[in-house]
Write a protein that binds this ligand. Structure first.
Ligand code: ADP
Ligand code: MG
Length: 336
């Protein structure tokens, strides 16, 4: 058997159990967007993510500045998923010795963007030579008032499933990057820009920390088709997503017009939107959305419902009430 046969999550499932038993009280290990380390007044949340040249980015397309910015953004997104406030970050680089210093300077300027915006100073890291691709690893530490962090395992039957913003733009942008023969019109350039410039939903995540009606939460990194499965598996529930409710951006609709199934496919299976995916007590949704809209000037999008408690953990898709069999699954590094 090779890794491709079981995929990224099949591999993690093989060893996870050995490292999650006998953890100290209040500590959360492998399986969520962040690990949780309890202290007296805060729970500290920690995440780490790696970006590899030609796997996660094409250097000449993204450029140094946007690469530095995105490297921290994707990690901050996991802090947001846990409802955390950033504390600090660590950056490790494996760099081919021929990389230009100007490129690295631009990278660090881009990295600084979110350290300043979200008060998340760079506190250390490591730099080493790579004989192959440029490899970037970032670790971010955040904190949440004690007991207020959100997990993937708290979805309840009857909850509404919500997202914080439009889905699919990043996946559509990636398609343009991977198919250079496609015409890069203004829509395409904007979709590519969105793929390169994710916005971590830190203020939104911190707002949800104070709202007990928000049950489960995670960020959307692999597409809701795959990411919802994590919530379902961890919470032991099944869910229904109504495709016609998926928020699609204006630029996406301009580009694809009437091709709704194409847009749904990007929204469900395209990765790297980095919006938050949350489940909310349905009786409190109106109040939550009212407060959220007042605070952020945008609404929370309701896209489906947790329908039952279930060991089978199934995700059903419908379009205007009709079942949709499959749009494919989300992104998995080894099964792509
Ligand atoms: P995310 O997309 O939110 O970064 P992943 O889906 O990549 O999370 O990872 C799922 C979980 O598995 C996380 O809790 C992560 O920390 C853990 N994980 C992934 N790879 C490893 C590894 N090599 N060793 C230990 N834990 C891992
Ligand atoms: Mg995540």
């Amino acid at each position: 058997m090779i890794l491709k046969d079981i995929g990224e999550f099949g591999f993690i499932d093989r060893f996870k159990g050995n490292f999650t038993k006998n953890l100290p009280a209040g500590m959360q290990g492998i399986g969520d967007d962040c690990a949780v380390i309890p202290s007296e007044s805060y729970d500290y949340v920690v995440t780490t993510d790696m970006l590899v040249e030609d796997v996660h980015f094409i250097t000449k397309e993204i450029g140094g500045y946007q690469l530095g910015k995105k490297s921290l953004a994707v990690n901050l997104s996991d802090i947001a998923a846990e409802a955390g406030e950033p504390v600090g970050s660590f950056l490790s680089l494996a760099v081919p010795s021929t990389v230009s210093v100007e490129f690295l300077d631009e990278f660090m300027k881009g990295y600084a963007y979110f350290t300043e915006k979200y008060n998340c100073p760079l506190l250390g890291g490591d730099t080493t030579k790579s004989l192959g691709p440029l490899v970037i690893n970032v670790t971010v530490i955040g904190r949440v008032p004690k007991g207020k962090f959100k997990t993937r395992s708290s979805a309840q039957k009857g909850d509404f499933i919500c997202v914080t913003g439009p889905l699919g733009d990043s996946g559509a942008g990636l398609d343009f990057l991977l198919n250079p023969s496609l015409n890069r019109n203004d829509n395409a350039l904007e979709l590519i820009h969105r793929h390169h410039n994710p916005e971590p939903r830190i203020p939104e995540g911190m707002f949800f920390a104070s709202r007990p009606e928000v049950h489960a939460m995670m960020d959307i990194s692999d597409g809701i088709g795959s990411d919802m499965k994590h919530i379902l598996d961890e919470s032991k529930v099944s869910a229904l997503i109504e495709l016609e409710r998926l928020p699609l951006s204006d630029v996406m609709q301009n580009e694809y017009g009437e091709q709704r199934s194409k847009m749904y496919k990007y929204a469900v299976t395209g990765g790297e939107d980095y919006e938050l995916l949350l489940t909310v007590d349905s009786s409190m949704f109106g109040t939550l959305n009212f407060d959220y809209s007042n605070k952020f000037g945008k609404e929370l999008f309701r896209i489906g419902k947790i329908i039952e408690t279930s060991e089978n953990c199934k995700l059903f898709l419908t379009e205007n009430g009709w079942p949709v069999n499959s749009l494919g699954s989300g992104f998995d590094h080894f099964m792509a």
